[in-house]
Ligand binder design. Structure first.
Ligand SMILES: NC(=O)c1ccc[n+]([C@@H]2O[C@H](COP(=O)([O-])OP(=O)(O)OC[C@H]3O[C@@H](n4cnc5c(N)ncnc54)[C@H](OP(=O)(O)O)[C@@H]3O)[C@@H](O)[C@H]2O)c1
Length: 216
């Protein structure tokens, strides 16, 4: 029996990860805050994912994924029901991108250097086990990306080792090597990688890259 994953977020990241989880044998419910999007979401996940509200996704998931717009993440978790996240691994894909436009290709964040969105979400749902993941690569490369046989690095962090172990298993299936950047505060370094990742995109329309941590 596959593990049940609930995805809070109906955008391209939610859809892409839904397909990835289905491909790897998980059961998926994807949640949207907009009831009129449900039919379209069903067809975009080839009818294989159940579709519901943020709350339906949170209740369904043994593992929950947050994939909402950063500015909406706290409201989305409240709508999903904080108690529905209790004791669960919560994969946080979000980035704290402000509504203001990029400056010379550099995204603006609504968090500061000594803060992160994941820490805010963890504080909002203290009994959930947040793990930052999938935030530092474009959606086109989230599921078994092909970089000529080289596995990209996914930077993760979170306070609970069991939850990080569960996410490492997922990332192994999804074709990444994992670099564990410690506790929740590690998100202060991981979330800005999205700014770096996007600069070549905004400046030269180059979006086909991923990070690799070289070690010796
Ligand atoms: N796009 C990428 O390649 C990429 C890569 C890495 C990380 N990320 C991060 O992943 C997250 C999701 O990105 P995305 O590109 O899939 O889509 P997005 O447009 O950032 O988010 C879409 C989701 O946010 C919800 N949302 C937007 N405004 C809302 C509001 N005011 N109240 C409640 N919910 C609201 C939408 O609700 P509805 O369901 O009602 O539409 C939808 O579920 C973001 O935090 C982004 O920074 C994106």
């Amino acid at each position: 029996m596959g593990i049940k994953v609930g995805i809070i977020g109906s955008g391209i990241v939610g859809q892409t990860l839904a397909k990835g989880f289905l491909k790897h044998g998980y059961h998926v419910t994807i949640g949207t805050n907009t009831a009129s999007k449900r039919e379209e979401l069903r067809s975009k996940t080839d009818g294989k994912a159940a579709v519901g509200s943020f709350e339906d996704a949170a209740k369904f998931g043994e593992i929950v994924v947050v994939a909402t717009k950063g500015t909406a993440a706290e409201a989305a978790l409240k709508a999903a029901g904080i108690t529905n996240l209790k004791g669960k691994t919560v994969v946080d894909t979000t980035n704290p991108i402000a509504d203001a436009p990029p400056v010379n290709g550099v995204l603006q964040y609504f968090t500061s250097q000594n803060d992160s969105l994941m820490e805010r979400l963890q504080a909002l749902a203290p009994e959930a086990h947040f793990v930052k993941a999938f935030s530092c690569v474009g959606n086109a490369f989230m599921v078994n990306p092909d970089f000529n046989g080289v596995k990209p690095t996914m930077f993760i962090c979170g306070n609970d080792d069991g939850a990080k172990g569960a996410v490492k298993t997922i990332l192994d299936q999804f074709g990444f090597e994992v670099a564990d950047m410690g506790k929740a505060e590690g998100a202060r370094a991981i979330e800005p990688l999205c700014i770096l990742w996007c600069i070549p995109g905004f400046l030269t329309n180059s979006w086909s890259h991923a990070f690799k941590l070289l070690k010796r």
